[in-house]
Design a protein around this ligand. Structure first.
Ligand SMILES: O=P(O)(O)OC[C@H]1O[C@H](OP(=O)(O)OP(=O)(O)O)[C@H](O)[C@@H]1O
Ligand SMILES: Nc1ncnc2[nH]cnc12
Length: 184
């Protein structure tokens, strides 16, 4: 079985979680299986070392930004394999020191993300990683935080893309996903 098909086969769908009408796609079965987890990390690292991202203009990836909370599970491992820094984006009020803030739309109301202001230096090349992109609100807010620090987002990466929600149109850099879900 091809790597992506193997990873896709491990994902589980949970109707009406965390609320009615949402089919929650769970990535944790991948992390339960060390062979699958290695396959996942290797796929992202190969992609990021490929011509399409890192070498497009001889660019080194300086920083991997992971989104609260599931982007924290594999973002640091990918950063370490790339020889890059890992920087967390957290929900508001969780990070010490001076922070930059961006507000984004959720299904009900709004929420805010923060990043430590000195975590990314002006001119650094950044990729943003999370488990899943739905509407793209959270990824777009993360991109705004990178820009506020003077960083350049090269790409947004996800295990799962709910492609019918067309989040790619909201982002200021290309989107890479392992698994695309085409219908709701
Ligand atoms: O593209 P969007 O519409 O912004 O949705 C995607 C976000 O939603 C989920 O996180 P969630 O808000 O459930 O937070 P959690 O990871 O802390 O559970 C997911 O892990 C993404 O971060
Ligand atoms: N369908 C979904 N499954 C898991 N996480 C999500 N975040 C937003 N939508 C989601």
């Amino acid at each position: 079985m091809a790597d992506v098909e193997y990873l896709k086969s491990l994902l589980t769908a949970h109707p009406d979680f965390p609320q009615k009408g949402i089919v929650f796609l769970d990535i944790f079965p991948i992390l339960r299986n060390p062979v699958a987890f290695e396959t996942l990390v290797t796929n992202f690292v190969h992609h990021l070392n490929s011509k399409t991202v890192a070498q497009s203009s001889s660019k080194k990836i300086d920083v991997v930004v992971g989104l609260d909370a599931r982007g924290f599970l594999f973002g640091p491992i990918i950063a370490m394999r790339l020889g890059a820094a890992f920087v967390p984006v957290r929900k508001k009020g969780k990070l010490p020191g001076e922070c930059v803030t961006a507000t984004y739309e959720k299904e009900y109301g709004t929420d805010s993300f923060e990043m430590q202001a000195d975590a990314i230096k002006p001119g650094q090349n950044v990729v943003v990683i999370d488990d899943l992109i739905a509407t793209g609100g959270s990824a777009k807010a993360a991109g705004e935080l990178v820009a506020k620090c003077g960083g350049k987002t090269l790409e947004y990466l996800f295990i799962i893309e709910l492609s019918f929600l067309k989040a790619a149109e909201k982002l200021d850099a290309p989107l890479y996903s392992l698994v695309q879900v085409d219908d709701d």
